[in-house]
Write a protein that binds this ligand. Sequence first.
Ligand code: UVW
Length: 321
Amino acid sequence: MSETPTMAELLGADTPSNWGKWGPDDEVGSLNYLDAAQVLRGAQHIRSGEVFPLQAAMGHPHGDPVFPGRESINRTVVWDESSWDEGKEGAPAFPGGLHYADDKAEIFLQGSTQYDALGHVWYDDKIWNGYDARTTVDVLSKASVQPIAERGVVGRGVLIDMARHRGKRWLDKGETFDHNDLEAAAKAQGVELGQRDILLIRTGFLTYFYETPAEEFYANFVEPGLTYSRELVEWFQNREIPNLITDTIANEVTANPETGVLLPLHCALMRNLGVVLTEICILDKLADACAADNRWDFLYTAAPLNVVGGSGAPVNPVVIR
Ligand code: UVW
């Protein structure tokens, strides 16, 4: 092995894989686990009728949390009331005199709360289900976000509050946890992590983002999160977890602490198992409500924007408990 192993060397040739499990044309991977029975099971966990949208604001005055190299939304006004001021030209003159506000935006599809398409990351020239990585050129013609948008994601969600479990407002930069820590936190919370549950993990790191100057947040950028091991990947596969959701920008500790490899779980979970990743969710209010009545499971629902060939798309997931 070289000093920093390649993704293939780190994960190994016999890394757990779900390729082919749902046929040669599959584009939604482990979301296949969320059948009608799972929707009905999730609905059984609505008890108080509270509703929690999880999307982070797009265009927050503090700036938006984005992976280095990406930018926040760039929203510009096309028409507003000033467009009809005397002497200004170009505003539409509708018969009857209606005025209106219009704006447009340039966004990174991964620049806010988002679903990653299964074709979003890869190594060794293959994306999810073994499709050729050249299918990503220009537009994702395989495993784009569109099939996820068209099917939706609904099931029993379970929130594991790692920050609360460790007695912290937020986990530190680079702080890690694994499946054993998740099991221990679930036990302490008194919630069962069941088969095919949608897994939500709170680290508090977005609270840290909004309370911290950007220079400090992005200095030595290493988010806290799940850390790669073969056992953890097997745990995801055996539990048939369809969707992983966190309040971090990239769902896992940014760099694998032992090897320095960046985002190996993106490859091990998304590319190889078809686990769908959802990032940058605001989980604080939901966590407070769960802690208040010690009920950590609920109905989770989401559908990303339907972007043709998109590598991902913004979303405002909704939890009902
Ligand atoms: C990268 O792909 C770099 O990150 P994310 O999954 O957060 O979009």
